[in-house]
Design a protein around this ligand. Structure first.
Ligand code: NOJ
Length: 541
């Protein structure tokens, strides 16, 4: 794991996202855990990834499956213990894998000691000042302090009992941009920054290689907490303040300039530690320009490039994202990232149409992505070609569903991309856990052919394609190819680009196309001569 000064590991890494509840269950309780991840590390090494990012496994009431943290310095018993975390870090390093953990600084759980103390203390107290408590508007303060909506639906404010009587709901309101169990911290209070610096050091001391920063664009709000401007005709109760699709562009709750001071401080902390530790931003900002601010030289190292994930199946759209990304990042001298799926979005095989067509497109987009400069993020199960699963309403657990199911605009939620991984066998639980017990979300009966065991050794399988692609990336798409991408064709049918001596063709059209001269070193589908079928991609040297 040595780095050259010119190219630290993260500049070209492929990082595999593990959603711990759904990866591998060692103790048979139906929920994945840290020992389960440790037991499957050889699989990840053999797949050919360089690093793992693990979604939160800290003490949590699991209202948002770990993105509601009650203790940042401990492991939830559901997932194991601190000793299990140490063992996981050590084993990953032994196998040459880096390990990134998730940090959730925008909000705590309502079970965090700080929030419990805030509820017990009176308005105006130092305990309440760690969060965003405000008096309500209107007669008796019965109206929320402003018109902000939660990303998960409904108002972003919840009222607490009157402190003097301890009863009713007549007290102050607190802000939660997500679920009411996730109160937002007040990052203008210095105590908050000091606490998180300690948390960073706690995990850095244990040897983690970096942090994925949850809701990195959310920590600071416009100080006045003014109303969000809602133009006539826009319904703020639909997806008005959702991060991914926005109906509103005025955003006093997101992307405030002061947030960058937080990341400058964190960068200084990381630089005190040996090795190349990194910060990766999850920042759903509105433009590539605003995203680039998070990766200025003294801030974070990387930010997820959601524009790539949001692009429709179109050569022109893909070309525009590549050009736009590289342009904005070169201004701040940062390196790009590419991502197609994660635990919050519909799996890309389904987004691109589902079935055989969606899978072919997903394979083609992934193969093209892995040739681009910078680093790539892969979400568990995409290497098996898994699709989004329709979860029955009574099985859904996502707070988005729970908060909207009885409204005019119910949101199905994200459970469908979080189905436990099928490892082996012909029926659920497909080797997810040690026994026959079923996992926390039901797996489809049709997944027998998609298990790791079933796909291993089958050259046509998506798993073997990922293995070949990651191997080809090391040989043909490394940092020595440089960061410059020359777009050769960005018509509606074909995206073709050259990077160093590597040529990549992605056929987004409906007709086969002829490939340029050269040796094909990777293709998303078997090729017949020099013809690239529709919904396929290839690399040539
Ligand atoms: C983004 C995370 O990826 C998502 O899963 C979570 O629900 C929200 N942040 C709130 O923490």
């Amino acid at each position: 794991m040595t780095d050259t000064a010119a190219a630290p590991w993260w500049r070209h890494a492929v990082t595999y996202q593990v959603y711990p509840r759904s990866f591998a269950d060692a103790n048979g309780d139906g929920i994945g855990d840290l020992p389960g991840i440790t037991s499957r590390l050889p699989y990840l090494r053999d797949l050919g990834v360089d690093a793992l990012w693990i979604s939160p496994f800290y003490t949590s009431p699991q209202k948002d499956h770990g993105y509601d943290v009650a203790d940042y310095r401990d492991v939830d018993p559901l997932f194991g213990s601190l000793a299990d975390a140490d063992a996981l870090i050590a084993r990953a390093h032994e196998l040459g894998l880096r390990l990134i953990v998730d940090l959730v600084p925008n909000h705590t759980s309502s079970e965090h000691e700080w929030f419990k103390a805030a509820l017990a203390a009176p308005p105006g107290s130092p305990e309440r000042a760690r969060y965003l408590f405000r008096d309500g508007r209107g007669p008796n303060g019965d109206e929320p302090p402003n018109n902000w909506r939660s990303v998960f639906g409904g108002s972003a404010w919840t009222r607490v009992p009157d402190h003097s009587t301890g009863s009713g709901q007549g007290g102050q309101w607190y802000l939660h941009l997500f679920d009411s169990s996730q109160p937002d911290l007040d990052w203008r209070n210095p105590e908050v920054g000091d606490m998180f610096e300690d948390v960073l050091r706690f995990w850095l001391d244990r040897g983690v290689d970096g942090f994925r920063i949850d809701v990195a664009h959310g920590l600071l709000k416009e100080e006045s907490l003014r109303d969000q401007v809602v133009p006539d005709g826009v319904d703020p109760s639909s997806d008005a303040s959702a991060m991914i699709e926005r109906a509103l562009t005025d955003e006093p709750m997101w992307d405030q300039p002061e947030v960058h001071d937080v990341y400058r401080r964190w960068r200084r902390v990381l630089e005190e530690y040996p090795g190349d530790r990194i910060l990766v931003a999850e920042a759903w900002t509105q433009t590539a320009v605003s995203l680039a601010r998070y990766v200025r030289p003294d801030e974070m190292h990387q930010a997820f490039n959601f524009a790539w994930l949001l692009a429709p199946w179109s050569a022109k759209a893909f070309a525009e994202v590549i050009t736009g990304t590289l342009e904005e990042l070169s201004d701040v001298k940062a390196s790009p990232t590419w991502v197609l799926s994660n635990h919050d979005v519909i799996r890309h095989a389904t987004r691109y149409g589902g079935g055989a067509l969606g899978l072919a497109r997903a394979r083609a987009a992934t193969v093209a992505m892995l040739a681009l400069p910078g680093s790539a993020y892969v979400y568990q199960g995409e290497e098996l070609g898994l699709e989004q699963v329709e979860v029955a309403p009574d099985q859904r657990q996502d707070p988005t569903w729970l908060r909207t199911r009885n409204t005019a605009a119910p949101e199905e939620g994200r459970d469908g991309c979080r189905i436990p991984i099928p490892w082996s066998g012909t029926e659920p639980p497909y080797g997810f856990g040690p026994g026959e017990g079923q996992p926390w979300l039901p797996q489809p009966a049709s997944w027998g052919g998609l298990t790791v065991a079933a796909q291993t050794g089958d050259p046509d399988s998506t798993l073997e394609l990922y293995r070949r692609a990651l191997d080809a990336r090391r040989r043909h798409a490394g940092t020595d190819r440089g960061d410059t991408v020359e777009i050769l064709d960005e018509g509606h049918q074909v995206l073709a680009f050259r990077r160093g001596g590597l040529t990549v063709v992605l056929n987004c059209g409906e007709e086969p196309v002829e490939l340029p001269a050269g040796e094909v070193v990777l293709s998303s589908e078997p090729l017949d001569g020099a013809t690239l079928p529709a919904n396929a991609s290839a690399w040539l040297v």
